[in-house]
Design a protein around this ligand. Structure first.
Ligand code: SAH
Ligand code: MG
Length: 221
């Protein structure tokens, strides 16, 4: 098993060289640490995946719930045309401030709006901005179902809803006594029963945190 891990890590390093990313992404990761903001952004491989999936929807409007320091937001915003819009929701002013710096440095500030506050409150003001082509849900996990239902009602048919961290390093498998794991497992059960035919979960290895997680992808019927 540890051989497998070592192979996976060297494969990720190999990918990082072959699929070299714009230096902005490394800047965001370093600056996130320097400002003592939790380093829980998506991985480089996952950032690319978000970007590609967004591009496939030919997007004009993207919604992100959970901005952090803007890492995933830059990947998403760069999938938009110049007159497209990313609306991203963040509870903490400190994170939002760093995200605005990231969007400025990445040259996408003109197409991004960061809203500060509890996402559920902000969502009720965003009905006028719908329908979205893609929604990326990556905030407080117990709210996944409420965010998902809102996204479903406000994403166009054929659009995508993505939900991060749905495997939680195995905590969803036997979540007795683990409230975080149980909340995600309940959300996954809801997806498995209702959206089985238009969804998948991609397991993802997070090299730095040394854990395994997953990204849910749902195509809106
Ligand atoms: N999508 C980011 C990571 C987001 S981390 C990336 O991959 O780069 C989760 C973020 O959600 C944190 O910044 C946290 O402050 C924010 N958050 C947590 N609860 C929230 C809520 N109720 N409303 C809005 N944001 C919330
Ligand atoms: Mg996440």
């Amino acid at each position: 098993m540890s051989d497998l891990r070592a192979t996976f890590v060297s494969e990720l390093n190999y990918l990082a060289q072959g699929l070299a990313d714009d230096p902005i992404y490394a800047w965001i990761v370093q600056e996130t640490a320097a400002r003592e903001i939790p380093q829980i952004q998506v991985t480089p491989v996952q950032g690319r995946l978000l970007h590609l999936l967004a591009k496939l929807t030919n997007p004009r409007r993207i919604l992100e719930i959970g901005t952090l320091s803007g890492y995933s937001g830059v990947w998403l915003a760069r999938a938009l045309p110049a007159d497209g819009r990313l609306i991203t929701l963040e509870m903490q002013e400190k994170h939002a401030e760093m995200a605005r710096d990231s969007f400025r440095r990445a040259g996408v500030a003109d197409r991004v709006t960061v809203h500060v506050g509890p996402a559920m409150d902000t969502l009720s003001t965003l009905v006028v901005d719908a329908p979205f082509d893609l929604c990326f849900i990556d905030a407080d996990k117990p709210s996944n179902r409420r965010y998902f239902e809102w996204a479903l009602a406000h994403t166009r048919s054929g659009g995508l809803i993505l939900v991060d961290n749905v495997l939680a390093n195995g905590r969803v498998i036997a979540p007795d006594g683990d409230e975080y794991g149980r909340a995600i497992a309940e959300f996954n059960d809801y997806i498995f029963t209702r959206y089985n035919e238009c969804s998948t979960i991609i397991p993802l290895f997070k090299q730095d945190e040394d854990n395994l997680d997953g990204l849910l992808i749902v195509r809106v019927p």
